[in-house]
Design a protein around this ligand. Sequence first.
Ligand SMILES: Cc1cc2nc3c(=O)[nH]c(=O)nc-3n(C[C@H](O)[C@H](O)[C@H](O)COP(=O)(O)OP(=O)(O)OC[C@H]3O[C@@H](n4cnc5c(N)ncnc54)[C@H](O)[C@@H]3O)c2cc1C
Length: 319
Amino acid sequence: MSGILIYSEVKSTFLGLLTRGRALAEALDQPLTAALLGEESAAWAGEALSHGAERVFVGDSPQLDVFQARTYADALAQVAAQAEADIILTGSTLRGRELAPRLTQKLEAGCATDVTDLAVEDRRLITQRRALGGKTLSTEARTSPKQVIAVMPKLYEAEPGGDGTGEIVEIPLELEPSATRLVESKAKPSGGVDIEAAEILIGVGRGFEKEEDLQLAQDLADALGGAVGCTRPLSYDYNWLPDDLTIGLSGKICAPRLYIALGLSGQIQHTVGIMDSDVILAINKEKSAPMFKMSDYGIVGDLYEVVPRLVEKIRGAGN
Ligand SMILES: Cc1cc2nc3c(=O)[nH]c(=O)nc-3n(C[C@H](O)[C@H](O)[C@H](O)COP(=O)(O)OP(=O)(O)OC[C@H]3O[C@@H](n4cnc5c(N)ncnc54)[C@H](O)[C@@H]3O)c2cc1C
């Protein structure tokens, strides 16, 4: 028997994948199962059942207390064997992207990461993802019987479904102690703002000349009741803003109601983080900036002139 196994360490992604997994399992006529690894996620078992899982495998071990991709891949391979699952769907989160290739190697499977759509055609699982720097969409099917697919987070909304009569199975895991040892962990400096939850998000890029000029963006965010996020160069290279404000492939995936892109070019590694925004406004001095192509509104102009005028207008409108 073959089946679909869902795993993600992020609850919304886990339940969203279960929701999508229901339709795929039906189209492939395969059972849908779920894996919950570690103490924290065991509490999601009831919701996994109410979102359509026929069996939920719950596994814990002291080796899972700290995330180590190799150990989690071992654990997931053991669950996949017990679930007799050939298709493993996980989130293309920071951890999921590390986990997927290791699991793929263990299962001698085919793999796709950063997947943006899942479908079934001719009883085969078909995936889509962006290729060639985001200029094209690649539609792929794997020839291997086993497949590990990491799907972009926030792609599928969680909706309860199924008959909710599945069973919870405690699975004993046999895990080797990890070859790496955690010596110390420190919290990263945080921006103290959850940009993923922001309904209005202002993205700042290298169009800003100096760190102190970012106050312009903060003024705009304050006027609109929004938050400020950034492109990777501003956090990772310049250290102007904390890493957790980075939007994009190596940062956060956000879906605000309004995204305002200030002085950023719109490279695919950034735009994957905002492409599900309801409305996008770009402000850039170069008419040819790629950001304009995916924007609903655009202002070609110098942000140093445009932003203060916008802030003034918004503040004026509020009075
Ligand atoms: C593996 C990998 C992962 C990556 N992950 C991410 C990621 O998660 N997030 C991310 O953001 N990037 C990521 N990047 C980097 C990404 O490829 C781009 O290099 C980056 O997004 C560009 O940042 P930017 O738009 O701020 O800068 P630039 O591309 O230099 O664009 C600056 C823009 O500002 C405009 N500008 C300049 N002055 C003004 C002005 N006064 N007024 C108005 N406009 C002005 C310019 O016209 C230009 O369009 C990644 C790259 C790699 C290789």
